[in-house]
Design a protein around this ligand. Sequence first.
Ligand code: GTP
Length: 301
Amino acid sequence: MIETVKLTVKLSNFYKMPLINKVLSLALLIYIAIFSAYSLTNFPPLQVQNNVYGFTTDFINLIVIIFLFWMVQCSELSKKAYIFSSFGLLLWSIGTTADVLDELVVQPYWISIYFEDLCRTSGMLLTSYGLFKTMRFVQSINNRLARELIIDDLTKVHNRRYFYQHAKDAQHSPYVILIIDIDHFKMINDEFGHDVGDVMLKELATKYDNAFTHQNKFARLGGEEFGGYLPTNNMTQACDFSQQLIDLAHTINIQNSRHLTVSIGVAMQTPNEPLDKVMKRADQALYLAKKSGRDRFEIAP
Ligand SMILES: Nc1nc2c(ncn2[C@@H]2O[C@H](COP(=O)(O)OP(=O)(O)OP(=O)(O)O)[C@@H](O)[C@H]2O)c(=O)[nH]1
């Protein structure tokens, strides 16, 4: 099953966020307001005009860190990434607030040196780890989506997208295409139920996937139809392999009442023939195999 992945960073999302995000943001703003008011009223003032440059840069730093904190609150990150980034930026803003006020008043030594630097440094460390966790989170989503893009959901073998891409990219010429179709699959579904049909599809796909070794590729093209890609110019080998696949289907029992059969269309690429044409010829050969009684393979002329 594809699990829904939420990954949004939208500042307007804040109002939809859990209470904890809002409480944390409010706590930060209240802390900054109280600490600033306390410092400005209790510590000896400095000449602001002598520190305009320092005050401006520190103030911009603070605004940027608060903005980053806000962005984290509005993002849907993994739990660890959220916790580390939030608390890191919280500490970092607390340290930077002290840094800004440092330019306006004479702070006690323990604030201007120890408290400020400790908060800022530990904040930076936690934020960096939160960023690392965020990147790992994005990477894991990316890897999972990339995998899901080429894997068939039901049978877990490669899907049609992978098959066509591989056949186009492989650049082996000539190659052989097999189109493999389960016989009377509708009857199996009708007689035994759709769930039994699904089990048959999975069982056949797993067995065939194991049979396609080395450079040979196998995929579910859709429904009860599968594709095979053999980078070979040896038609005898391709025919022997097709017969092996037909025999392999016979080893699968449908509820111990009868075995599965498949029909296969085989087509070898002619010089410079595009993939869709080879597929079409393989499909025509499959149609012939069906018409000739099924449980067999036919070679496209
Ligand atoms: N259980 C199951 N059935 C599926 C799935 N995808 C397609 N089918 C069924 O496969 C059947 C294909 O039927 P047809 O195209 O008539 O082919 P067939 O009955 O195999 O007949 P021939 O190919 O002529 O031998 C349909 O009944 C589809 O509903 C699936 O994922 N699971």
